[in-house]
Ligand binder design. Structure first.
Ligand code: UDX
Length: 754
């Protein structure tokens, strides 16, 4: 009667693949406790054990129905005359290897007849600096009966600092006290999740589900819909399985490899064999778990948990398999639901470009950010049991977040000031790395001096002082520039806070005589290129001698028909060719990037990059490698300038054979440029600042400034002929109101943040 094995646990075997491994005969007088029997079933799925028959009870009574019973029913059988006594008996036990096991997931209820209240712990695992989006996520999910447990990557002190205040404002928000450097795909992600769950248990919160979410998740149904659904499905555990052949999954995930996490890197150290007798399962690391299951996994380790603990401490992307595997092999296998409640924006062609290689010895994939054009994908989830979507990044696209909010019932958008604006901090004076952010501070100080010169033209003398914050500013999903909040002395005595708005200039130059020019859409240099989102993260193109510049190009679709080989030339400020690349354009790489082979330090000054067809230029652009005013947070010394500002021309290859028109300077000009570069190395102190400022004003426009007024100056502050606006009423200012991006006020009547 082997067809019945495991059925009571929802575990089904593929009978055709069952193979008898061993069988034995004995009595089970000493093993007749329910837990011993369950142990047999725990191995269910891969190795199944079955009690074939028992003839009689040791207590002298006969068992009414013997055949076809499954292990735990047999073992839990009581003597008919005396139910306090278990039956003992004779049995034969056969152990089968089943190979593939079929698993029938639980069907969930959509509605509940009697809606019971449900309490949720939202376990937020956060990284990055998208503070306002995290606030928005908390606003959307907050009710006073739910809980927020927040872990912030140990290296992200900005986000941690800003969110810490919530702990004091709300009794149901707690920040993790043990923090981990949770690298992408690292074993530490699981360590962190388990530590967080343990902490949640210790807090004595009353909850029915714990749901993990990141900074890029957002609800796509109302909280009430989620509550209704979970209320009808208490006790179940939601995880998503890969849905493919197990061996292929194991290979793709690298589960058959041992990894060691060390120095914030997952090192692959060798092959390994996974234990027999365990069903390996996995898929997504976004989960919703019951308190019973969580208490089991963080409680006293049994053999299964102890064994899996060793394996998963050395596993890549551990959270994608651990919970699934424990569920499938434990008494909780019946509570497994194959649904992670999420819709994920997978675009494998973009997301599987091996972009995590610097952190893990593996090629991982990441989902893309939702953009406005992905809206149908969210809409299509309307009738499905999906309550969250990922990923959302307002710095990439905020319109989609606005739409989602309206879709899930936010009716007050028309009342919100700055709905279309998004601000994200780039630098904050309190950041642990702030004092050594040499290039960003050099750059910001120069922009602020630039603004001071503009103000002086209007008779307003300010003395710029410390940089407090740098923020990137988008409006209607268009990058509008950066904002620098800084201290300054005005009227020779008063310290004020000024915010200055500026934007990089555009430098693309097209050669309209060249027939290819019509195909050029983007030709731009910056750093921190994101291959998945096909955009630079360094939006203001702030580059210094130690930066790694990257060229992004985009051609319109017609060019691929010509299937062309084109040449890219990188020219340094002294007129020498630093590198040459050739690119082959076809339909698969119309948008792409090139990282030149240039050794740091790069020669400071204005670099040029050109795209050539044979020796004819199609398009060129300039980019600034700014000299450094500071090194390790201190003014640059003459010795440091000698090393950092003299470039690395001796590492260039010899490209003297290259002949291109109107791009490389003529011999005499080249000699002059070399001389200038050599003398620039001597520039320090005021002379260095002037050099930096001259270059910076060629690359950036200052667009305005406002001040944080104190009571002394009501709304506007006169300074010479200039009248400063108050930042609070200045639309672009990071200090102007942003209700969607700030934590709302608690409405005590309904427990929401408004
Ligand atoms: C996703 C899924 O999580 C994973 O299942 C899939 O296989 C790969 O794609 P991805 O979107 O690439 O991951 O990662 P991301 O959302 O950036 O990070 C996952 C979690 O780790 C987040 O909670 C994030 O905050 C955290 N993280 C990431 C850190 O804490 N520190 C980091 O340096 C990177």
């Amino acid at each position: 009667s082997r067809t019945t094995f495991g059925k009571h646990l929802g575990c089904y075997v593929d009978e055709k693949k069952m193979r008898l491994l061993t069988g034995f005969y004995g009595n089970y007088a000493n093993t007749n406790t329910p837990s011993a029997c369950l142990d047999i079933c725990i191995q269910g799925g891969f190795i199944y054990a079955g009690v074939q028959y028992a003839s009689e009870c040791f207590c002298g009574e006969s068992i009414p129905q013997l055949s076809g019973t499954v292990a735990d029913e047999m073992c839990d059988m009581r003597c008919p005359g005396d139910p306090t006594q278990h039956c003992g008996g004779y049995f034969t036990m056969n152990i089968y290897e089943t190979g593939l096991s079929k698993f029938k997931p639980r069907v969930t209820q959509t509605t509940s007849t009697k809606k019971e209240p449900v309490q949720i712990v939202f376990l937020l695992t956060l990284n990055g600096r998208a503070l306002r989006q995290v606030h928005r996520l908390i606003n959307a999910l907050y009710r006073s009966n739910h809980y927020f447990y927040i872990h912030v990557d140990k290296r992200q002190d900005y986000l941690h600092r800003k969110l810490s205040v919530l702990e004091h404002q709300f009794p149901n928000i707690k920040l993790a006290s043990s923090r981990f450097s949770t690298i992408w795909g690292g074993a530490s992600l699981l360590t962190m999740l388990l530590a967080a769950m343990k902490d949640c248990m210790a807090l004595n919160w009353q909850w029915d589900f714990i749901i993990n979410l990141s900074e890029s998740d957002f609800p796509i149904k109302s909280l009430e819909e989620l509550e209704n659904f979970l209320s009808a499905n208490k006790g179940l555990n939601f995880v998503k399985s890969h849905g493919r052949e197990v061996q292929r999954f194991i290979k793709k995930q690298g589960l058959d490899k041992t990894f060691i996490e060390c120095d914030t890197h997952m090192w692959r150290v060798g092959e390994r064999k996974l234990p027999r007798g365990i069903v390996i399962d996995g898929g997504s690391d976004w989960i919703a778990l019951s308190p019973e299951f969580v208490s089991y996994i963080i409680g006293k380790q049994d053999e299964l948990l102890a064994g899996l603990d060793v394996i998963f401490r050395h596993t890549l992307l551990p959270a994608e398999s651990f919970f699934h595997t424990v569920l499938r092999n434990s008494r909780f296998c019946d509570s497994y639901v194959d649904n992670n409640l999420h819709v994920t924006n997978w675009k494998r062609k973009l997301g599987c470009k091996c972009q995590h290689k610097h952190v893990v010895d593996w090629c991982g994939c990441s989902p893309n950010d939702f953009r406005t054009e992905d809206w149908p994908r969210i809409q299509n989830t309307q009738d499905r049991q999906l309550f969250f979507a990922r990923k959302f990044e307002p710095v990439i696209n905020q319109e989609i977040v606005n739409r989602v909010e309206q879709y899930i019932g936010f009716k007050d958008h028309y009342l919100l000031p700055n709905l279309e604006a998004y601000w994200q901090s780039i630098y904050n004076i309190e950041d642990l790395t702030a004092s050594t952010d040499d290039i960003i501070l050099t750059h910001a100080a120069s922009i602020v001096r630039h603004n001071a010169r503009i103000l002086l033209e209007e008779g307003c003398r300010i003395e710029p002082d410390e940089i407090v914050e740098i923020t990137s500013y988008n409006y209607a999903d268009v990058y509008k520039g950066n904002l620098i909040l800084h201290k300054a002395i005005i009227h020779d005595r008063i310290e004020i806070l000024i915010e200055t708005w500026y934007k990089p200039k555009k430098h693309m130059e097209l050669n309209f005589d060249n027939p290819y020019v019509d195909y050029i859409k983007i030709f731009k240099v910056s750093s921190d290129y994101d291959q998945k989102e096909q955009t630079f993260r360094n939006l203001a193109n702030v580059l210094g001698p130690l930066s790694e510049p990257v060229l992004q190009y985009q051609f319109s679709a017609q060019l691929d028909k010509k299937s062309e080989n084109l040449t890219i030339i990188w020219l340094d400020p002294a007129g020498a060719i630093g590198d040459v690349n050739s690119i082959h354009v076809d339909e698969t790489n119309l948008t792409n990037f090139i990282k030149p082979n240039l050794k740091p330090p790069l020669l400071p000054g204005i670099w040029k990059v050109g795209l050539f067809d044979q020796n004819k230029i199609i398009v060129s652009t300039k980019f600034l490698i700014s000299p450094l005013e500071y090194f390790s947070g201190k003014d640059l010394s003459p010795q440091e300038s000698n090393i950092i500002h003299s470039g690395s021309q001796n590492s260039y290859k010899n490209f003297s054979h290259l002949k291109v028109n109107n791009f490389i300077p003529e011999h005499e000009e080249s000699i002059l440029l070399q001389k200038i570069s050599q003398s620039n190395v001597q520039r320090i102190h005021q002379d260095l600042k002037e050099w930096i400022d001259g270059l910076s004003s060629e690359f950036y426009n200052v667009l305005g400034s406002c001040i944080m007024t104190n009571k002394e100056f009501h709304d506007k502050l006169a300074c010479g002929h200039h009248k400063f606006e108050n930042c609070v009423s200045t639309q672009w200012s990071s200090l102007s109101p942003d209700p969607k991006g700030s934590i709302g006020k608690l409405n005590k009547l309904n427990g929401r943040l408004e």
